[in-house]
Structures are given as C-alpha cells and as structure tokens.
Design a protein around this ligand. Structure first.
Ligand code: ADP
Length: 628
C-alpha cells in the first residue's frame, strides 16, 4: 500500500521526557558524543537478532535475503552518516511508539537519577545506554526509513530533535526492502563522524563484538568489513583480550562501566552450552525494580532466543551476559522456556559457578569483593531468605558491618571465630541505617562485654535473619528481643556490677513501673543489656522483632505492634534515684515511669505514645528540679 492520500503527513510533538532527555544529552555530554554510534549499531544488531528469531517460525520473513548485516555509510561531502540494517524493521505505529516515546525503562530511570544540571549526568550517559535519541547530539536532522519484515509499506520518520517529528509514507525508491535506514545530517561540530577513521575507531571501541557483521561504505569505494559478527563467547578464552571482554560486556548490558567480575566457560557433558557473564561494578538502574527480572540473553547455537528467560535466580539478577545452548531446539515456544529441564539444569549450574566465582574473589581479593558486596550484597541477601538450598554458599560470601568491623566488614566465619566465653549465639541489631543501629542503647551491655553484634541495615535483613536457622550451629539472636542472656558472658574486669541493695531496690521499682505503665508494656525487668542508659524497650521473646514490624507496617499499613518489654538498668544513677523515691513521692515516680519509657522510645527513633502527656510530665519534673 503506497497510497499517500490515506496517510497524509502527520506531525507529532515529543513526549515531555524526550525533550528533557535531548536537552540533557546535547548540553551535558559534549565530551563523549561517540556513543551515539554505539547506540545505533546496537539497535541495528538487536533488530537483526529479532528477525532471526521470528524467522525460526516464519522463514518467509527473511526470504532470499538471509545475510543479516549492519552497514555504516558516510558521505563526507554531504556531511551525512547512515546506519542501515536488514533486520526486523518497524511499522508506522512502531516508529511512533518506539522513537516518539521513551519506551525503555532504563531511560526513564536514567532521567529520574539525574536531576537536570547535575554534573554526574555526563558520566552516566557514557555508562548507560540512552538509545536512539543520542543521535541528536551530532545531528541537526535524523531521517529514519523503515520497512517491517513481511509488510510492503515503508515509512519515514523525520525530526530535528527539538520540535517533534513527522511520519510519512516513504518514497518507494528510498525505502529498504526490509529493515531500517537511519540517516544523520551531521551538525557542524560533528562532521568528523563522516570520516572513515572516526567510524572505524568507534566501531572498534564499542561494537566489534556485536553478533551481527558490521560493514563500512563510502562513496565510490567497495564495502569493507569492520567486524565479522562472530560470537565472542564461542572463542577460546586465550584468544580474548580484557578489552574485548569489556567491550562485549558493554554491548550486552548497555552499561559501560568496568565489569567487576567476568565468568567465561563452556560446559560439556550431559548438556553443552557456553556461558559468558559479568558482574557489573555499577548498580543497574532497575536493580530494585519490583519485577526483579534478570537480563541474561539466551542463545541457541548462536541464534538469539530471548532476554527475559530466568537463567539465574532473582537474587543474581545483577549479572549480565549470554548463555548459548547447543542442545535446545531452536523453535522453543514461550511455554517451553518456562519449564524446560535443560534450562533448569543450566540455571542450576550457572548459579553454582557464579557463586563459586564470587567466593573465590572474596577469598583472594577482599577489596574487589568488597566493592561487589557494596553494590549487590542487599540483592544477594534475598537469596538467604528465598533459597534455603543456597544459604550456606551465600553465608560464605556474606559480609557484615558489626560493632567490631570498623571501616571494613566481617564474615560470619570471622564472627564465630571471635565468640566470647560462653557466647552461644550470633547477635544482631536491625535498624534503618548504621548510625541509628550504633546509637541504640541495647548494644551497651554487649559492648561492655566485648560481644560483637551484626549491624543489619538492609530491609531484606529483617526477613532472612528470622528464617535462617543459624550459622555453624549458632542461632541468630536479635539484641532488641527477648532476654539478653548476657549474664553468663563475663564483663570486662572494670565493669561495675549492681550491688545487692541495688538489686533489691530494683525489684520494688519494677513492681511499681508495671503498675503505672499497665497496658503499655508486656513486662518490666532489669537488664544486663544496658550500661550507660537507664532503660530500653525490647520485643517479647516470641514474636517479631520491632524493626521487622516497622518494615511490615511501612509496606502494609499499620499492624498492631506486640507490646514491648521495658528493661531497666538497676545500676544507673537515675534508676537508683527513682527507686529511692518509692513510697515517698508517688506523683514523681509516676512521671518518671512515663519519662523512662518515652525516652526509650525516642532512643529507638520513635515518639512517646502520647507526646503531649509526655512533655507535660517532662516540664513538671524539670520545673521541680530547677526551682528546688
Ligand atoms: P532501546 O534500544 O534501549 O530500547 P532506543 O531508544 O535505542 O531504546 O530504541 C527504542 C526502540 O526503537 C527499540 O527498543 C526498538 O524497538 C526500536 N528500534 C530502534 N532502532 C531500531 C532498528 N534499527 N530496527 C528496529 N527497531 C529499532
């Protein structure tokens, strides 16, 4: 159908985000404009791979022209650069949908991550794929002509990158038989991109390992091959340079940071397949996307099949790369991909290999592993909760901030190796961040005895720590929950212990506090957990930790909190002073009781249950003290 009367020229405005993105790119990434070509070549390669995949079912889509390739053509006189592919192509609607809106979640996330005018943005654009729009960094006008495989109408999309775009039916003479031609009319500063040396250099740097051949054409000369489209993962390791790995990583992940870890191997035996995967050093933007999708690409005998198959558990979703199977049939249906025993076996093996590679790094290069853990520890810890079978492997690489870790981190092995006499548990505290964790009064008694406590500050910690049975036979125990059972662990020599008189005064005080506080607490008791604070609140023995309740309340609305236990420090001067007033000043003791529990809440980052009442009591006591 070439009837232009049915399809008059249509002019569209860009979505608001597109204009913002364009503005950002053009104005902040002047230094690395080269990346536009990398983005266009990568789109062209994707288009060829999509066609290859669809043609498995519908061979007629490829027909005679089965030689899929990308052609970069320049015209130094006309100042144009063209990137063409004979891949899947786009219909009119796809042109509008794909090039007129920001389809890609990464691009949106990118915009959210960089506020306008932030200097970080130039660096980020270099490291993340921002796609087609980067063409406007170098072009005053971009003309895209595309014909979707299997259709007979081609369409042209034209834009100057500022005002919006036009879509018109393409001239038959200009239209490719299939696929997409993207012509850039280069702006003045970008004319070097119409030179062979520049194109060669960029393709060599960024695109030499895309799995589709790249050719170069200039007027009056024969086409040359810039890259042969051979699969890097199929080559022997000894033939691959670190630069080639890095560049392939960039192509496969759309991220251009240094990979923190590279794993390349070929599995032989019951199933044959090649694996080339990477752990990024930078967190991908969608790391905490609720879908928790992985991004490994599945190939079957060098043919791209899908990039949304779960080839790794969710908690390894940060890995990027390729799995290429020799045994799977090419015409895999979606359903077959879901429950395929070969894929299951691959998944299991790749998981084991990646975990053991991480363990090796942790063992041999603590610094490198520390960076990986910083970026992906919170994701790996999801596995502690979800995958009981992998828990031991994950515990082996898990690293923690603790009350003894200083600047570094500690492993559970380190922790267990440093247990105190009579210590039978691994103690932890849950909090929103390190500062808050370290400020909790609950730690005082542990510090006084030199007992190490894990400081757990990732939301996921509240989950795994409840379900994991322990490590090396030692159960995990929250220091804000249950009895502290610290009495068996000897305190330092200079630690003062409550005298008998203090202890018996505490018994009466505890009875009075229970009476005054009534329903507000489930119990009041004296505690070895405290040293310099007079009181703290802990969760009852059997029930959720308070931090866990807080997280659940945040996500699911308020849930009733289990009534806490108030613990007092019988050795503390304030506690002793209150005890001394028992029987002589009932009103003051009652105020003090409420002030004690209120300040314990404040130390936990909460507010007193009835702040107005609490302030009145505080004022009354202060006034009395100051006017005495
Ligand atoms: P991304 O490729 O990261 O999704 P882009 O902005 O580069 O983002 O491209 C948007 C979409 O446009 C692509 O997802 C793809 O569907 C389509 N597209 C871009 N270039 C081509 C091409 N050469 N052939 C077919 N489709 C393309």
């Amino acid at each position: 159908m070439t009837d232009t009367i049915d399809h008059p020229k249509e002019t569209h405005a860009f979505q608001a985000e597109v204009s913002r993105l364009l503005h950002l790119m053009v104005h902040s990434v002047y230094s690395n404009r080269d990346i536009f070509l990398r983005e266009l070549v990568s789109n062209a390669a994707d288009a060829c791979e999509k066609l290859r995949y669809l043609a498995l079912e519908t061979p007629s889509l490829v027909g005679e022209d089965g030689d899929l390739a990308i052609t970069v053509a320049v015209d130094p006189e006309a100042h144009t650069l063209t990137v063409a592919d004979n891949g899947i192509g786009m219909t009119r609607d796809e042109l509008v949908e794909n090039l007129g809106t920001i389809a890609k979640s990464g691009t949106k996330a990118f915009l959210e991550a960089v506020g306008e005018g932030q200097s970080k943005s130039s660096n980020l654009i270099g490291q993340f794929g921002v796609g087609f729009y980067s063409a406007f960094m170098v072009a005053t006008r971009v003309v895209v002509t595309s014909r979707r495989a299997g259709t007979d109408q081609a369409w042209t999309w034209i834009s100057n990158g500022i005002d919006g775009y036009e879509v018109t039916p393409a001239d038959v003479a200009d239209a490719p038989a299939r696929g997409t031609v993207i012509r850039l009319e280069l702006n003045e500063e970008s004319r070097a991109y119409a030179e062979k040396a520049t194109v060669e250099r960029i393709v060599e740097t960024y695109s030499a390992h895309v799995p589709v051949p790249v050719r170069f054409v200039e007027p009056g000369k024969e086409a040359e091959n810039l890259s042969d489209g051979s699969a890097l993962w199929a080559k022997p390791k000894s033939e691959i340079t670190p630069e080639a790995y890095k560049e392939f990583y960039g192509n496969v992940s759309g991220q251009w940071d240094e990979p923190a870890l590279t794993l390349h191997y070929r599995a032989e035996g019951r199933h044959e397949y090649s694996v080339l995967l990477f752990v990024p050093s930078m967190k991908p933007f969608d790391l905490f996307d609720p879908a928790r999708k992985g991004h490994l690409k599945l190939y079957v005998r060098r043919v791209f099949i899908a990039d949304d198959v779960d080839l790794l558990p969710h908690w390894l979703r940060f890995a990027r790369g390729v799995v290429d199977s020799e045994d799977l049939p090419l015409n895999l249906s979606r359903e077959m991909l879901q429950h395929n025993p070969v894929l299951e076996a691959i998944r299991k093996n790749v998981t084991t290999r990646l975990l053991s590679e991480l363990a090796k790094t942790a063992e041999n290069d603590a610094d490198a592993f520390g960076k990986i853990w910083d970026a992906f520890g919170p994701v790996l810890k999801e596995g502690l909760y979800e995958d009981a079978d992998r828990r031991d492997e994950l515990f082996a690489i898990s690293r923690f901030k603790t009350t003894a870790s200083g600047e570094g981190t500690r492993s559970l092995k380190d922790y267990v190796g440093a247990l105190k006499e009579n210590q039978t548990k691994i103690y932890y505290i849950l909090a929103d961040d390190l500062a808050r964790a370290e400020a909790r009064p609950h730690l005082e008694g542990f510090r006084a005895r030199g007992v190490e406590v894990l400081l757990l500050t990732d939301p996921v910690d509240a989950f795994w720590v409840r379900t994991a049975l322990g490590f090396d036979g030692k159960p995990f125990q929250s220091v804000t929950q249950g009895a502290a059972d610290l009495d068996a662990i000897p305190a330092g020599d200079d630690a003062e212990k409550p005298s008998e008189a203090e202890a018996s005064a505490a018994v009466d005080l505890i009875a009075e506090l229970k009476r005054v506080l009534g329903e507000e607490v489930s119990d009041v008791r004296s505690s070895a957990r405290l040293a310099s604070s007079p009181a703290c609140l802990v969760a009852p023995e059997f029930g959720p930790d308070k931090q866990f309740e807080k997280i659940m309340a945040r996500h699911q609305g308020a849930t009733p909190f289990a009534k806490p236990v108030l613990e007092i420090n019988p050795h503390h001067a304030l506690v002793k002073a209150i005890a001394a007033r028992l029987g002589s000043d009932a009103a003051l003791v009652e105020d003090a009781a409420h002030l004690l529990i209120g300040q314990a809440r404040i130390a936990d980052g909460d507010t007193p249950t009835d702040p107005a009442d609490w302030s009145r009591r505080l004022n009354r006591v202060l006034e009395k003290a100051l006017s005495a």
